[in-house]
Design a binder for this molecule. Structure first.
Ligand code: SF4
Ligand code: SF4
Length: 368
């Protein structure tokens, strides 16, 4: 049975309803209200964007969702979890400052922010799962204890998982730092002959796992958290990853975490994917590259697998934008994500999520 996915395209014109007002139609048609009960503490899972990033989902969209949750008699709060790397979201204080500086103040969005894993990412609970890699996962307390949840995802490319949407927002986004580390576990390898000992990798390493002894960098694999910041920053491409062996299990671990985040409230969670500013990489980056396709619209569904599959298909159906970092697969129907990141296959996310019972890849797209 295909899962319904509701689609609001981004077209608008003078005299017509604004796209923000049309969000009400999307909310009603997709039955988002039915996921929420009167009196609920309703988590609105967002990504506040790393400082320097400007492509994260903006607060004007989030405010519309807050208003609808409040109108349903529930108590909305915005939430996200702390991240592994040092920066603007590595503890609750930095995270709140970043969120507010990106426009997520109460006066704008109409709801308080709760960083779901607490001040130093110590607030989490074990949730059992039956996966290939885990028998239990760590889910941030503020998300595990919420009565209902709406997951708002900026749909875009991702250098490791191929794309980021609802499944990634659940799996990585609802985990405390120790849970994120457990999922990553991707270790860099070093080509010492290419290393110029510039030290940049050691500067960004959140675990002080890189040292020098008068020669090329040395990685202490036991201390390494697998965040890959060293790999991304290396100007000489002296760091690499065993792409074929490491990425598929990483994606599977993330999917198992997504199952844990939904545990015990699957009927009380709804998903909204925003196919707006579809950039090549994650909002965790401290920059945003140009979008690779034009804006498409907003999707809503009760099924995280169906909504990600539909989002993926809608992006692929578009023409790629010339002059962006998308150099291959620009024609409509060609896979834009494989055009960006040929070492990874984003579809493994939805395949394994379907296998884990998270939802269905078969969907029915219903225009609102
Ligand atoms: S960033 Fe690259 S080149 Fe510089 S020290 Fe690290 S591995 Fe070597
Ligand atoms: S060695 Fe690299 S991958 Fe490991 S924790 Fe440090 S920066 Fe992250």
């Amino acid at each position: 049975m295909p899962s319904p996915v509701y689609f609001l395209d981004i077209r608008s014109r003078q005299g017509a309803e604004s796209n923000l007002d049309r969000m009400n139609n999307l909310f009603d048609a997709s039955g988002m209200n039915e996921r929420i009960n009167k009196g609920d503490l309703t988590a609105i899972k967002v990504h506040f964007g790393e400082p320097g990033n400007d492509s994260f989902l903006g607060p004007v969209w989030v405010r519309r969702v807050v208003e609808r949750v409040r109108a349903a008699g529930a108590n909305p709060f915005l939430t996200d979890t702390n991240v592994i790397y040092l920066g603007g979201r590595c503890n609750a204080v930095n995270h709140l400052n970043t969120a507010i500086s990106h426009g997520f103040a109460y006066s704008v969005v109409g709801a308080p922010i709760v960083i779901a894993d607490g001040l130093k990412s110590q607030d989490w609970v074990f949730v059992p799962v039956k996966g290939r890699h885990f028998s239990d996962v760590k889910i941030a307390s503020g998300i595990a204890q919420a009565d209902s949840m709406l997951v708002l995802s900026h749909f875009k490319g991702h250098s490791i998982t191929g794309f980021g949407g609802a499944i990634k927002n659940l799996g990585m986004g609802c985990a405390p730092i120790s849970g994120k580390t457990e999922q990553h576990s991707i270790r860099p390898i070093l080509y010492p002959e290419r290393c110029i000992s510039c030290g940049l990798c050691a500067e960004v390493c959140p675990r002080s796992a890189i040292s020098f002894d008068g020669g090329p960098a040395q990685i202490d694999i036991e201390s390494c958290a697998g965040c890959l910041d060293c790999y991304r920053i290396c100007p000489e491409r002296a760091m690499d990853i065993n792409w074929t062996e490491e990425i598929r299990p990483f994606v599977e671990r993330m999917v198992e975490y997504a199952c844990g985040a939904l545990s015990e409230k699957k009927d009380n969670v709804g998903f909204l994917n925003f196919l707006i500013r579809v950039c090549p990489d994650c909002d965790c980056n401290s920059w945003s590259d140009a979008p690779i396709v034009g804006d498409i619209g907003v999707l809503a569904s009760a099924d995280p697998v169906a909504i990600d599959q539909a989002s993926y298909d809608l992006v692929i159906a578009e023409s790629g934008i010339e002059g962006t970092c998308l150099k291959r697969n620009l024609a409509p129907g060609k896979d834009k994500f494989k055009g960006l990141w040929k070492h990874t296959d984003g579809l493994h996310q939805v395949e394994y999520a379907e296998e884990m019972g998270l939802g269905s890849r078969k969907y029915r797209l219903i225009r609102v």
